[in-house]
Design a protein around this ligand. Structure first.
Ligand SMILES: [Mg+2]
Length: 301
């Protein structure tokens, strides 16, 4: 299996770590930790797909590690398999009660461990696929509003921590109702798909996101981007949509399909997204429409 998955092996005994690392090398990338503190650090920084956790360790037991993992949003969803010399049913029950997905007793049978890890990694992979599918808009095949909401929350916090500007644009297809009324909904869907493809060309950096917000509205999220750079990109996007020259026979704005855009740039503060951020961009969009559409208005927060 080469899905780029990783497993964090936590054990205070070097011999066990080495053994498990060799055992799993053919299945995934192996990350090692020799105590609970190191395990929590690596889990947070490297986001492994699965954790193999020893119970009896000095300072912090495996049970305490599980509890700490569950208290952190970044590590809560990582499945944990306990590997322990404690083989009484009560120990196994305690581990499973704490949320471990599996319990393997020592001494373990190498090929059984390998196969169990393989099975759990496959479940993780399937779960990730389903989660990603649930965040794609089926018509345009770009991110949907749910994905956008999540990205906004995490980029807001990230930019607040680093003191960097975050920019947001809302894009609305001009007179889209007229387009649908005149040419039919199938053509309307086709235009939305075409616009989404064009917008996608402007996603250049890892944190940038283009999503369908709903109906004929799209959003663009640009972390670490100030108002000048974001508005420039906005103008480029508006021009590129017009240059597609998609006929819009019933538009009072142009012979072609055009978009209006409202944007906002601000340095986020606090851990929660300020609802004004979106409202300001929406107000700028409203102003762009009121001024005659097919234009970009940008606000500074
Ligand atoms: Mg131990």
């Amino acid at each position: 299996m080469s899905l780029g998955q990783s497993v964090l092996v936590v054990d205070d005994e070097k011999q066990n770590r080495t053994l498990l690392a060799e055992l799993l090398a053919s299945e995934c990338r192996v990350i090692l930790a020799r105590n609970g503190i190191q395990a929590l650090e690596r889990a947070r920084e490297q986001a492994p797909d699965l954790i193999l956790l020893d119970v009896m360790m000095p300072e912090m037991s495996g049970y305490q590690v599980i509890q700490a993992l569950q208290q952190d949003d970044a590590t809560r969803q990582i499945p944990v398999i306990i590997i322990s010399a404690l083989d009484a049913p009560a120990d196994e029950e305690r581990g499973l009660d704490l949320g471990a997905v599996d319990y393997i007793t020592k001494p373990f049978h190498p090929s059984i461990v390998r196969k169990r890890v393989r099975n759990h990694l496959q479940s993780v992979h399937r779960r990730n696929l389903l989660e990603n599918l649930a965040k794609i808009d089926s018509l345009t095949e770009i991110a949907n509003r749910r994905r956008y909401d999540e990205a906004l929350e995490s980029e807001w916090r990230r930019c607040a921590r680093s003191g960097s500007p975050l920019s947001l644009a809302i894009i609305d297809v001009d007179h889209f109702k007229r387009y649908n009324d005149h040419l039919g909904h199938a053509e309307g869907d086709h235009v939305l798909h075409r616009i989404a493809c064009e917008l996608n060309r402007f996603v250049r950096r890892p944190g940038d996101l283009i999503a369908r917000y709903g109906g004929e509205e799209f959003v663009i999220l640009l972390p670490n981007t100030d108002a000048l750079a974001a508005a420039n990109l906005g103008h480029e996007i508006r021009a590129s949509i017009e240059a597609l020259a998609l006929p819009h026979p019933n538009s009072p704005v142009s012979r072609h399909v055009t978009v209006s855009m409202g944007g906002i740039s601000a340095v986020p503060t606090g851990g929660e997204v300020d609802p004004k951020f979106f409202q300001e961009a929406d107000a700028a969009l409203y102003a762009a429409k009121a001024e005659g559409r097919n234009r970009v208005f940008w606000r500074h927060g």
